[in-house]
Design a protein. Structure first.
Lengths: 570, 191
């Protein structure tokens, strides 16, 4: 054997794993954990830098006064982050967790606010942690209404996987017994405030049980679990939690995967394409651009899990196997990159609550209350499809309130050191329908810092969402007024998709390869050893925070992958 | 003989000008130095802002005032780094406006005024900014005194002194209780 071939074979061998996981966020972390625990040698590729658990959370123990600008954005930051500045993520406390817009631009045919985290852990470090199950009201909706395509599975198939991931991730919540918001495996629920308890009771009475306010279900630990300390109620989650008090890749799935000795984690690895063998009709590995050195590497594996987040997973597929399908791997259905969804929000109401002057709270609860969907189910019928849930909360006003009768001076200051009146607010999160024309495509004329073509967004809300938003505001006003909240003011701010940071739908699952990108086990129809288990697989968006579902579908897909591998089917 | 004359005499005695004397003189001529002439705020400017802040949130029996939190430095940092150009100019010009208002009302500069005079002046200015702000259209310029008041409240209550001495702060609460008794006089949580 000639030396060069020998070296080449050795290199291939060194770069060969049982499985490659692309991305290290919520779903990528789960894929790595499940596959390594089942004995596979796994390479997890992350396009950004490493952030080590605890050590990497550089601001986690800082206080407001430790920041030169007390946490707020500067004019320089506004210049440097033209996208991030559009909403709350641009701030001084965790700026390094967000993508530099200048390095990773994208094209907006229509405005889309894309807030990304390119580092180990991805947005599992900054996520909102609200964790809800979908129900058959969600899985059956497309089929019943003739929208898009039917989900290929129903609740009973995914329910055990929800249980499986909830037990490991640690979800705090109350078992409320609601058919449209199935109960899970919960740690003890967090407490409501005195005001929330009363508003909740009045709401139930006023709407005769048709509308309910429950405590939020959140991936924060209300009891310690092995290897992790319970939530300390500091409400500094998005800085990274040194206690491991909430679910993140770093606190949860990565240590489990590492413990198997089967995981190799490679940061600074931008996957530019999945390598595809057209004879075997399977992926053989991936090509990686090293983000620091710009060198190209190839890694090989029996299976590939694509968990780059919905939009970037579509981007990877669009760049793969283009010699066979010009629009990329998974594009044969014509649905790759289409059906982009997010939740539309920023419509609701708030007001003040009289009384309760002798009531307060202790600790900073990184959670709120939740009003599950009640529109277009249980006999309700509106002039739009689907519905919305509300997240909300109450609290006593602080020093930033106006005190009408006081101006400046000692009395003013002393008055501000006491808590003010109670306020209560709720904001809707609405389902967005899957529209084929809401899509991302490759912009061949614009490149990022690494010379890679970027995505172009052509996504917007439509009539159904606009009609829904009227209810999101009006119902909020009505419910708050009905439960005794005063000075209620409604709002309906601009509904820009993307800012919900719940991107979904770009490689939907279905029953038919002609109309879907993935089958019911998240396998790409055109390459069954490629599994896409981030938000890309969502066939409809429902109205709930979706990440718990990504965990459940990932665990299920990993189980299926290993089973199929053992049977020699993939 | 005032100081200017004295220094001028020294110059004459020495048969020439004293290097830096003009700056020295202008800096010491109370009431005549302009406040807030550039974003590079001078020590005089910072002292002035410290006193404005202290008048808005003074030391009381229960907690230190804004000056103890270096509120002038805080205002400088935020105005320099976080304000848009047009707001920076309003803030800078506002410093002199405030001092001019002091002279008009009390016949002396803000720094020369006593605590009561300072307080009364800022009560007037707060009324002025509240009236202005209530009628203000979004495109209209902000009122300089509203900026100073906002910066003082924000800087003070998010400082260590403000959060831990004026308000209550527990870095690691450890648990959450949604409904606890409150009695008048108990301090508010800082966050």
């Amino acid at each position: 054997m000639p030396d060069s071939l020998n070296i080449n074979n050795k290199a291939v061998e060194q770069n060969t794993y049982d499985a490659i996981v692309i991305g290290s966020g919520i779903s990528g972390g789960w894929a790595a954990k499940e596959l390594t625990e089942k004995g596979l040698k796994v390479l997890m590729l992350e396009r950004g830098r490493n952030i080590e658990h605890v050590k990497g959370y550089v601001n986690a123990n800082k206080e407001a006064w430790d920041y030169p600008h007390r946490g707020t954005r500067t004019q320089q930051m506004i210049k440097d982050y033209p996208v991030l500045k559009r909403d709350y993520p641009l701030n001084e406390t965790n700026l390094d967790y967000w993508v530099k817009d200048s390095e990773s631009p994208y094209t907006e045919i229509k405005r889309f606010d894309w807030f990304r985290g390119y580092h180990v852990g991805g947005r599992s470090l900054m996520w909102g942690r609200q964790s809800y199950r979908l129900s058959d009201y969600d899985f059956e909706a497309n089929a019943k209404e003739g929208i898009a395509i039917d989900w290929p599975i129903r609740y009973k198939e995914i329910a055990p996987w929800y249980s499986y991931v909830e037990k490991f991730a640690g979800i705090s919540g109350n078992r409320d017994g609601l058919p449209n918001l199935p109960d899970g495996e919960y740690l003890p629920p967090m407490d409501m405030t005195c005001v929330e308890k009363d508003v909740s009771a009045r709401l139930k009475e006023y709407y005769k049980g048709q509308r309910l306010m429950v405590i939020g279900r959140t991936a924060n630990l209300t009891e310690a679990i092995p290897g992790r300390t319970k939530c300390q109620f500091r409400n500094k989650c998005w800085l990274g939690c040194p206690y491991g008090g909430y679910f993140s890749t770093q606190s949860s799935t990565l240590p489990a995967a590492m413990a198997t000795n089967n995981l190799t984690l490679r940061p600074w690895s931008i996957v530019t394409k999945i390598l595809y063998d057209k004879d075997k009709k399977k992926a053989t590995g991936v090509e990686v651009l090293d983000a620091e050195t710009n060198k190209t590497y190839q890694f090989y594996s029996k299976i590939v899990f694509l968990n780059a987040s919905a939009l970037n997973s579509a981007w990877v597929l669009m760049n793969s196997a283009t010699d066979i399908w010009s629009d990329g791997l998974g594009s044969s259905s014509g649905e790759l990159g289409h059906n982009v969804m997010d939740h539309h929000f920023r419509a609701g109401a708030s007001g003040t609550v009289d009384g309760y002057d002798d009531k307060y709270y202790f600790g900073r609860r990184a959670n709120g209350v939740y009003i599950p969907r009640y529109r277009n189910i249980f006999g309700d019928k509106r002039d739009y499809l689907r519905g919305f849930g509300y997240q909300g909360g109450s609290g006593r006003q602080g020093w930033s309130r106006e005190i009408a009768e006081l101006s400046i001076g000692g009395d003013f200051k002393d008055a501000l050191t006491e808590p003010g009146p109670w306020t209560m607010g709720i904001g809707g999160f609405g389902e967005t329908l899957p529209y084929h024309e809401n899509k991302v495509t490759l912009d061949k004329n614009k490149k990022d810092k690494w010379g890679l073509n970027v995505l172009a967004f052509d996504v917007e809300i439509k009539e159904n969402e606009r009609k829904m938003r009227k209810d999101m505001q009006q119902d909020a006003i009505e419910m708050l007024e009905a439960t005794g909240v005063k000075n209620v003011k409604g709002y309906d701010r601009e509904a820009i998709l993307g800012r919900g940071i719940h991107e979904m739908g770009t490689a939907r699952m279905g029953k038919d390869p002609k109309t879907s990108v993935l089958n019911k086990f998240n396998q790409v129809w055109d390459a069954p050893n490629v599994f896409v288990t981030d938000g890309a697989f969502m066939t409809s968006s429902a109205c709930h925070n979706p990440s718990l579902g990504y965990m459940a579908f990932t665990a299920r897909a990993a189980d299926h992958a290993v089973s199929e591998l053992k049977k020699g089917n993939i | 003989m005032n100081r200017r004359e004295a220094l001028s005499s020294v110059a004459l005695l020495l048969g020439g000008t004293i290097i830096g004397a003009e700056a020295f003189l202008s800096g010491c001529k109370t009431g005549e130095s302009k406040l807030g002439t550039s974003l590079n705020l001078t020590p005089n400017d910072i002292s002035f802002l410290d006193e404005v802040g202290e008048t808005i949130l003074p030391t009381t029996a229960s907690s230190p005032g804004a000056k103890a939190t270096k509120i002038g430095d805080f205002m400088k940092t935020i105005v320099n780094d976080c304000y848009e150009d047009k707001d920076q100019q309003i803030f800078l010009a506002g410093m002199q406006k405030l001092d001019d208002a002091s002279k008009a009302k009390n016949g002396k500069s803000f720094m020369e005024s006593n605590d009561q005079q300072r307080h009364d002046l800022l009560v007037d200015l707060d009324k002025e900014q509240k009236d202005y702000t209530s009628k203000k259209q979004p495109a209209d310029p902000n009122h300089y005194f509203r900026m100073m008041k906002e910066l003082t409240l924000w800087g003070y209550f998010t400082s260590e002194i403000g959060a831990t001495k004026a308000l209550r702060y527990i870095a690691v609460p450890g648990h959450y209780d949604g409904c606890v008794p409150y009695k008048k006089g108990d301090k508010a949580w800082a966050t």
